[in-house]
Design a binder for this molecule. Sequence first.
Ligand SMILES: [Zn+2]
Length: 392
Amino acid sequence: MVADLIDDSRNWKASKVWQVFPPDKAKIILALHIPQCDTADTIEWSHTKSGKFSVKSGYWFLKASGENPNPTNPFWRMLWKSNIFPKWKHFLWKIMVNVLPTADNLLKRNIQIPSSNCKLCKDRQEGTAHILRDCQISQRIWSAIMGISTGNSQHIPIQDWIKNFLNFFRKKKEDGEEIALKFISTMWSIWLHRNEIIFNNIHTSPGRIIELQRICYDRAMKSAQRSKEDQISEICNTEDMERKEENSWELGARSTYRVQILVVDGAWKKKHKSGQWQAAVAWKNISHSHGEEFASRVFASTPLQTEAYAVLQAIKDMEWKCSDISIKTDNQEVIRALHQQKKADKSISSIISEIKQRARSFQYFSCQKVKREDVSLAHNLARKARLGTYLS
Ligand SMILES: [Zn+2]
């Protein structure tokens, strides 16, 4: 779903750029990475023609769903300026405009799903308010973590319920931010566990939700603290336990929980036939026998940039699905850039920055250099996507 939104907006932008610029220039423009993470000046809604495709698509979505996108609205301003993880902003936004991929929303869009039951209780139909607040499991979680009783809230739309709480926390001078993070991390952990149940085919575990919340909250607090202390520093501190080994870049501690292992690769060709694309990226989850995969054509100006985009794509697609991830690439340059961002090639430095920022929201993250033949599954997918023969 996240990928859907990103792809749509990218295509929207692409068609405009192709109209306005000659092909050579259009390619260069489209290959530019648009940072998504730096909170203050990138993710903001405005009516100006800033050229940022995410802005436009966001506005379009808001308009379509009737939510007021006015950037002066204090709630939205607070959300976009806050120090929380980009994926949490995205998550809250999806709830607010009611596009979270819950069973009822998917059915509304005529998307076939195996079961419309709540993944936690298996009893009621899954809707946003049910899964995040009204489900008997979620009620217990809210009570245990936040001391909030949600039993009598069912008549309040979930959007108002969240807004009320966040506005209330914002007014609390002393520990408002901490409580807001606790609140958001609780909601996120319920949703992440719901995705784990689908993705890993496991049973509902309230204990796991509480464990996820503790980890997410801890990370979010550290991240908020860090951005206050040093807005521009790109260097992770020792708290993150960043380990500098030549062939890998790691963050966080491995839990006992299942680590999702993905091989990624990019395909890029300087001279390509008409009808074929210059670049494509792909990933394949090799930790499952039925491992899911992804391949798509992209705009990229060099093989290195394609490779970095492949890593970023894998992260974006997995950050809503798991807390522990290991990415395998055959590109040493990407690993080197993760270690020494300042020395990274200009074409990938902002992609690397986004990779690092998104990586921090996982409990465990690693990016490892492996042999070329070890990523052959992803390589074949990327190649097909570039040639236009990949069927998803
Ligand atoms: Zn339920």
